[in-house]
Design a protein around this ligand. Structure first.
Ligand SMILES: [Mg+2]
Length: 221
């Protein structure tokens, strides 16, 4: 007989870009809608570790020139991993709490989820933007100003949400997932996050698509 973990609360934390979505939505928006090439310079400085992600994100958002209407239309074209909805439904049926932690921005993320009929379905923690004409003003309500490596410090937010005794899962792919993914019981990792955890000797379950994660939870009690 399998040992049941039903008596413990479980939480699954999802990254958004390139985990729930099939592409990095923010990077694509920057490439498509930047008013000039300033974003490339920021990207280079970030790669050379001269600036952290938050400063890079802030500068890149401020360089975008797009109206709400054009952005809204673009957001409806973003594809989700084909198994995300199924996985979210499965987790819900097992009373597992699902939370999205993203270093993207609320308007973008909500627009994508809405296009797939998933707005107001999940607890979401991310950065924020306000529109001023065809410009966006970013803010970082979940930043760790002592570190600044990420816009959104997922590790801090995860630490505030989770209580002792809860069983925690993390699903992610990138740089902003590194610290948070080391705080949980089980990590599903792909791409850069997978390589990083492997190098650091941190136990993780590699995945290529959310179908792999779905199969795991389907088998689990
Ligand atoms: Mg990601």
């Amino acid at each position: 007989m399998q040992k049941k973990s039903d008596n413990k609360n479980r939480i699954v934390f999802f990254d958004f870009d390139n985990t729930i979505t099939l592409s990095d939505v923010f990077d694509d928006i920057v490439e498509r809608f930047s008013g000039d090439d300033g974003w490339k310079d920021l990207e280079e400085r970030w790669k050379r570790s001269e600036i952290g992600s938050r400063e890079c994100l802030k500068g890149q958002v401020e360089g975008i020139r797009v109206t709400k209407r054009v952005l809204d239309r673009y957001l409806t074209t973003i594809k989700l991993d084909p198994y995300f909805k199924k996985l979210a439904g499965l987790l819900d049926s097992k009373n597992i709490r699902t939370i999205i932690l993203s270093d993207n921005f609320d308007y973008i993320l909500n627009g994508v989820l809405k296009a797939h009929g998933l707005d107001k379905t999940f607890e979401v923690y991310c950065n924020s933007i306000k529109f001023e004409g065809n410009r966006m003003v970013p803010s970082f309500p979940f930043s760790n100003y002592k570190c600044g490596n990420c816009g959104h410090c997922k590790k801090t937010v995860l630490g505030k949400i989770a209580s002792a005794g809860e069983v925690l899962f993390y699903i992610g792919d990138g740089l902003s997932d590194r610290c948070a993914s080391r705080q949980v019981d089980t990590v599903f990792a792909k791409a850069d996050l997978k390589d990083y955890l492997k190098k650091e000797g941190v136990r993780h379950i590699p995945f290529e698509e959310l179908k792999d994660v779905y199969e795991h939870f389907k088998e689990a009690t």
